[in-house]
Design a protein around this ligand. Structure first.
Ligand SMILES: CC(C)(COP(=O)(O)OP(=O)(O)OC[C@H]1O[C@@H](n2cnc3c(N)ncnc32)[C@H](O)[C@@H]1OP(=O)(O)O)[C@@H](O)C(=O)NCCC(=O)NCCS
Length: 133
């Protein structure tokens, strides 16, 4: 059963401006150490950061919440499988929000898909529940 979907588009130029102006402050506020490590290893980290920024917003929408109050940017973390496929780990307020949404006796899975072109990054997220723990 699908519990929620979310999508977001992010202007890569906006992320580049924030990144160029306050590289350390912006990255530390919005991204986990693991996300920063992955993006810093790319020839240009900014599109990678922009995709993860869009992913966090898309997951927040799929969880039907806003990025304020209980949720922090670090609560939604994007990781990559060995194949490159992106995956999501939830922490803190986001994990609690998912537990609230989940019908009893169900396990949750979040799927995301990311893409980018020169100026834009997009993300799509689906929150799914399956019977079983
Ligand atoms: C892996 C692949 C999907 C990446 O596509 P791309 O156009 O180079 O890149 P995009 O900008 O659209 O998307 C990049 C994102 O795709 C995601 N991605 C990478 N590998 C993936 C995989 N195996 N499965 C799902 N998503 C993947 C990642 O999130 C990546 O961003 P990230 O590395 O920052 O996390 C592509 O190289 C590929 O193998 N495509 C298959 C094409 C195909 O079979 N076409 C025939 C259609 S009939």
């Amino acid at each position: 059963m699908i519990l929620g979907i979310g999508t977001d588009i992010c202007d890569v130029r906006r992320i580049r401006a924030l990144h160029d102006k306050h590289p350390e402050r912006f990255a530390a506020k919005a991204f986990t150490p693991r996300e920063r490590e992955v993006c810093d290893a790319r020839p240009d980290p900014v599109p990678c950061l922009a995709k993860r920024f869009a992913a966090k917003e898309a997951v927040a929408k799929a969880l039907a919440t806003e990025f304020s109050g209980a949720l922090s940017w670090h609560d939604v973390e994007v990781i990559n499988a060995a194949s490159g496929r992106p995956d999501v780990l939830l922490h803190g307020g986001a994990a609690a929000r998912l537990r609230d949404l989940l019908p009893e006796g169900h396990a949750a899975r979040i799927r995301i898909s990311l893409s980018d072109e020169r100026d834009y990054a997009v993300a799509f997220a689906v929150v799914e529940a399956r019977p079983g723990c």
